[in-house]
Design a protein around this ligand. Structure first.
Ligand code: ATP
Ligand code: MG
Ligand code: MG
Length: 554
């Protein structure tokens, strides 16, 4: 049992249990519309619903809300299933709103017969006018009092494909004076001559969200239908729809609302993410810069880190902007535990060890993880010519520079202490190579007095002759603004960071030659990296998942 304080949704459930719900009646669902890939906002809804399922031992359905064939595709269904599974959750039933099209239609016919729904033939502009405003009640339109027979006939003909899109809609007859605009005769059905990815051309009328969601919950006997806050005004309509069909001996679902998750420096909206994909700002939904689950997976994130992040942030009643660096904290924390350490140089500068024999190669022992001894050791080659990072050498520097400078010493990780004696320069003054000497008795782990000698800096390095070249992709924020979506006058697309990707050639220790797609490593002092899916036999590609420290924090 978790000792964490209950969140407000859990309080609602606990109250229901105290009021007589049986635990066995609890059932939840995660209801994505298959019109895009899942993003971090969905991750929080997934963790909420499946988390409740785990906590209460209750089933959780994966329900595709597939009522708009114009925007939905089978490919999205497949991607969503892959992502939920990857997050480590197991759904009970795989459901589709489209499986209920017949029931929904039959219930609509029932409403018509009871005088609670009518076919409206006004233009959408006229309908909007006739509905009034939040302060002015609506007025009945000219078709509101059509006879039951006429409504039945028109609705059947809508279903049979006799009308073009927009000619007629089916509306519920509720209350044109309701302070809730959604109750002013909401549309239940519209004509759409579009093939559906599951029902093909069986239907050319499709139910609206409000006429689908609660009914689907009812058919599946979902006890708590959790949605985001923008659906709060829909709750009255959700309840009205259920009032029309709930029988006393079956469980009546409840809609309850929580705040959407918003994250800094990105957007979490499928529609907006699609704009980035279609505009070519990213390479696809799974571009490692995308806040999609598939993008994060490709970037090297672990499901645990996303779940830990979601758990830490929890759910709220009010929207706020969560700093994306909190997600980065969680991925660092997890990768620190599970990744082997390796050495790679991103920005090479050649070091020549003048007193090291030419042609000699020594294979040094290197520990794979200081966090986990069971990860063992590996061998790394040491030789006369090495690469270090350009930033790790300066001709002159003050005492706070604990890296290599002329006349100074550093330890090479897993290797020897070296001293910089001189450097050679290009005509433009840039440094070509550093000439060093090494202390042959100082090898790490050799147990000699010299091996224990303390020097201020330790550098990572790779041996030039054995180094493996790799393409390394370094990422920056996809948006330069903290809240790209939060500007009234400016579109979020104006804040796309043009420099969010930097591709370089890096030099890796040879143990990485056979690294497999998806494998994760810590490149010592540089960050966490994983092997990208673009890797081919002769082109190794790495993504930087995240740097070691939060370089954005001040
Ligand atoms: P989008 O605007 O990205 O299309 P949506 O809410 O329309 O989002 P759905 O596929 O309908 O996307 O969402 C499935 C479930 O995930 C819904 O219950 C929805 O409320 C929830 N969800 C979507 N975005 C977020 C978010 N940012 N934070 C929390 N929950 C979210
Ligand atoms: Mg939706
Ligand atoms: Mg949507």
């Amino acid at each position: 049992e978790s000792k964490k304080a209950l969140n407000f949704i859990e309080h609602i459930i606990e109250e229901d249990l105290a009021d007589g719900y049986a635990k066995s009646q609890l059932r939840f669902r995660f209801p994505p519309e298959p019109n895009g890939y899942l993003h971090l906002g969905h991750a929080s809804s997934i963790c909420l619903n499946f988390g409740l399922g785990e906590k209460y031992g209750a089933p959780v359905n994966l329900r595709f809300d597939d009522t708009n064939p114009a925007k939905e595709e089978k490919a999205y269904v497949d991607a969503i299933k892959r992502d939920v599974e990857w997050m480590g959750f197991h759904w009970d039933k795989e459901c589709y709103a489209s499986d209920y099209f017949q029931e929904l239609y039959d219930w609509a016919v029932m409403l018509i017969k009871q005088g609670k729904a009518y076919v409206d033939s006004q233009s959408s502009e006229d309908m909007a006018k006739q509905k009034g405003t939040p302060t002015e009640p609506g007025v009945p339109g000219p078709y509101r009092d059509r006879s039951v027979e006429e409504n039945l006939d028109l609705f059947l003909r809508m279903k049979n494909g006799e009308f073009e899109e927009g000619k007629h809609v089916l509306r519920a007859k509720i209350d044109l004076a309701s302070p809730n605009m959604l109750m002013r005769d909401p549309i239940l059905y519209r004509v759409l001559h579009k093939a559906h990815h599951r029902t093909n051309t069986d239907w050319c009328i499709y139910p609206m969200y409000d006429w689908t969601h609660g009914q689907s919950d009812y058919l599946e006997q979902v006890s708590h239908s959790l949605c985001t806050l923008e659906f709060l005004p829909h709750r009255e309509l959700y309840d009205w729809c259920l009032d029309q069909l709930v029988s006393k001996d079956r469980l009546r679902p409840k809609q309850r609302e929580f705040a959407r998750r918003n994250l800094s420096h990105t957007v979490v909206s499928k529609r907006k993410l699609l704009q980035l994909v279609e505009g070519g700002h990213v390479t696809g939904w799974d571009d490692p810069r995308m806040p999609t689950i598939s993008g994060l997976r490709r970037r090297g994130y672990t499901p645990e880190s996303i779940r830990n992040f979601a758990d830490t942030v929890g759910i709220a009643k009010r929207e706020n902007l969560v700093d994306v660096s909190l997600l980065e904290f969680h991925v660092r924390e997890h990768l620190n535990k599970i990744t082997p350490r390796v050495m790679a140089v991103l920005n090479p500068l050649k070091v020549v060890i003048t007193n090291y024999p030419e042609g000699q190669v020594e294979w040094l022992d290197a520990e794979n993880s200081p966090e986990d001894e069971s990860m063992g050791t590996r061998k790394v080659p040491f030789s006369r010519e090495l690469y270090i990072e350009k930033e790790d050498f300066r001709e002159e520097a003050n005492r706070k520079f604990f890296r290599l400078k002329l006349g100074g010493e550093v330890r090479l990780k897993n290797g020897y202490i070296i001293k910089a004696e001189s450097c050679t320069k290009d005509t433009d003054g840039s440094i070509i190579e550093v000439r060093c000497t090494y202390d042959p008795k100082s090898r790490s782990g050799s147990g000699t007095e010299e091996s224990l000698r303390k020097v201020k800096g330790t550098l990572h390095w790779v041996s030039v002759a054995q180094a493996v070249e790799a393409e390394v992709r370094l990422y920056d924020r996809l948006f330069s603004d903290e809240n790209p979506d939060g500007h009234k006058e400016r579109d979020f697309m104006e804040f796309v960071n043009p420099n969010s990707l930097l591709v370089i050639t890096a030099y890796l220790e040879p143990s990485l030659k056979e690294a497999k797609v998806g494998a994760r490593y810590q490149f010592q002092r540089l960050g966490y990296f994983n092997v990208d899916t673009d890797t081919t036999g002769d082109n190794l590609v790495f993504n930087r998942t995240v740097t070691l420290r939060d370089t954005w924090a001040k």
